[in-house]
Structures are given as structure tokens and as C-alpha cells.
Design a protein around this ligand. Structure first.
Ligand code: HSE
Length: 298
């Protein structure tokens, strides 16, 4: 009647795949506990690591638990604790980790009644509660693990993609907050056909590179003409970080989700360490606090 889970941080978009690609990291995430109660409904008893609401209808995690318990006509309730391992507004899918963790956790008390696709739909509701838009890229990556493609939103179709064994991510989180809502307001409403062609061609290239373990193709495909040009001005020293990561051997770099975290994909631990040092060097004199981590894609 008690469950403790880890729900991962996620990198959405992965440059070319705006709102349609994402991957999970195993180095950072949230810890959540679930306790079954005789009394129906959901209650949050403790939140640590971030200042989030205990209002069950406004908190992404409890809103999802509530929705699932109602849908399943459960005759029990859940008490929830949330320990945030990383901050909201980081671009690493903070609300998604809470929403996906909530959906996964409560499903364990329902004998796994719901499929991963159904859990993703419930978790998207949590995203809507947290940031106004039911985006699937982060939540799907957290629920399915590894790399995912949101092939369609209506009807929802999630494709789990393979992860080449040596793939590593280095991510730097400048300690400023960028709200997803604000980062979506700066996006272009229309894109030139020429740019659209480049974008979808690179999505194809990235997917193909993941299936064939072709790191060069992955590298060539980490291109974003849609969100990155519009958003990078929200992220101090974005160009400098990207340039130093690539110079140090990264396959490519870009904005993680809606930022401000900048991610770099690398082949192998050794290059990941070099990219880590290079980014660290670049950022340490900026006067902005930051955190860097290296992780497997998992
Ligand atoms: N794909 C989303 C965005 C990620 O870039 O706005 C945040 O959920």
C-alpha cells in the first residue's frame, strides 16, 4: 500500500523535433511516494525541493492522480509526497516529471489497468494544468523512457525509438527561470516552406541515425530553424555554450525544451567529460549561477 518511484527529467524537442521528440535522462529527476488510503480522493502531504502548490486541482501531480482515480472509479484514495530533484522553469520537464510520475505511480495501485499511451494522455492533462498546453514530448519521454517520437497528437501516437549505446547528454542549467508560456509566445506563427523542409528532413535524419547507430547522421540532424532562432535570446550565452560544446566534440547542441537549459549530445563518456569541462569554462565567468550534469539517455 506504499510505493516510492523515481520520475526522470527529460529533454524535449531535441533541436529539429519541436513538440514531437524527447528523451529521458537518468541522472536527475523527482522522487515521489504514494500511500493508499481508505478515504477516497487525493492529498499532497509534503513537497520538498521546490515551492509548488498543494492545491490538488492546480498541482500537476495531484491533478493527474485525481483524474485517474475518478476515471477508474477507484474505491480508495492516495496520499502523495513529491521531492523535486530539479527546478520548475528549467526546460527539463519539471511538471512533466511530476505528471508522468503521478500517472505511472497510481497505475501500480490499479493493477496496471492503463497502457503507456493512456498514461501519457493522463499526464498531458497535468501539463495542461501546469503550463496551459497539453504537450506530450516531455511526458511521453518520462513514461516510455529513452527516446520518443510523438508521431501524432490527434489521435495520440507515440513511437519509442532506439537509443544508441554510447549516447550521452551534457546539460547546463543556468539558474534563471524561463516560463514555457513565455517561450512559446516568441515562436513564429508561420515558417517559410524552405525552413520547414529543412526541419522535417532533419527529423527523418535523426530518427534514421538512432535506428542505425549512425552518430554522424545524428550529429548532422541536430538542426533547428523553428524554435532555436526565436528563443536563444532568452538564454544568456547560448551561442557561446553551443560553440564550445561542438568544439569539444559534441554531436550537436540546442535548447532543452523551452529553456534555459542547453543540452549537448555526445558519443561516449570521454567526449561527454570534455564537453562538460568546456561548457563549465565558458560559463564560469559569466556571473550567472549554473549547474551541469552528464547523463545516459535512458
Ligand atoms: N516542446 C515544448 C516547447 C517543451 O518547446 O515549448 C515544453 O513542454
Amino acid at each position: 500500500d506504499y510505493l516510492k518511484i523515481f520520475s526522470p527529467a527529460t529533454v524535449a524537442n531535441v533541436s529539429c523535433g519541436f513538440d514531437s521528440m524527447g528523451f529521458a535522462v537518468d541522472a536527475i529527476g523527482d522522487e515521489m511516494t504514494f500511500t493508499k488510503t481508505a478515504e477516497k480522493g487525493v492529498k499532497i502531504t509534503n513537497i520538498t525541493g521546490a515551492d509548488l502548490t498543494y492545491d490538488v486541482d492546480k498541482n500537476a501531480a495531484s491533478a493527474v492522480v485525481k483524474k485517474i482515480l475518478l476515471d477508474a472509479k477507484a474505491n480508495f484514495g492516495i496520499e502523495l509526497t513529491i521531492h523535486k530533484g530539479f527546478s520548475p522553469g528549467s526546460g527539463l520537464g519539471s511538471s512533466a516529471a511530476s505528471a508522468a510520475g503521478a500517472a505511472f505511480g497510481v497505475n501500480q495501485f490499479l493493477e496496471n489497468k492503463y497502457s503507456e499511451l493512456e498514461l501519457t494522455k493522463f499526464a498531458m492533462f497535468g501539463e495542461e494544468v501546469a503550463c496551459g498546453t497539453p504537450i506530450a514530448d516531455n511526458v511521453a519521454a518520462a513514461i516510455y523512457g529513452g527516446f520518443v517520437l510523438v508521431r501524432s497528437y490527434e489521435p495520440l501516437d507515440i513511437i519509442k525509438l532506439p537509443v544508441p549505446e554510447k549516447l550521452r547528454v551534457v546539460a547546463i542549467h543556468p539558474q534563471i527561470e524561463v516560463k514555457t508560456k513565455d517561450a512559446r509566445e516568441v515562436l513564429p506563427k508561420e515558417i517559410p516552406l524552405k525552413d520547414a523542409i529543412t526541419q522535417w528532413a532533419n527529423v527523418g535524419g535523426l530518427v534514421s541515425g538512432l535506428y542505425t547507430n549512425n552518430y554522424e547522421l545524428i550529429s548532422n540532424s541536430l538542426v533547428d530553424l523553428v524554435a532555436e532562432p526565436a528563443r536563444k535570446s532568452l538564454i544568456p550565452f547560448f551561442d557561446e555554450v553551443k560553440e564550445s560544446a561542438i568544439k569539444a566534440g559534441a554531436l550537436g547542441a540546442g535548447i532543452s525544451g523551452s529553456g534555459p537549459t542547453i543540452y549537448a549530445l555526445c558519443k561516449g563518456d570521454e567526449i561527454a567529460e570534455k564537453v562538460h569541462s568546456a561548457i563549465n569554462e565558458t560559463y564560469k565567468n559569466t556571473g550567472i549561477e549554473f549547474e551541469i550534469f552528464i547523463s545516459k539517455v535512458n
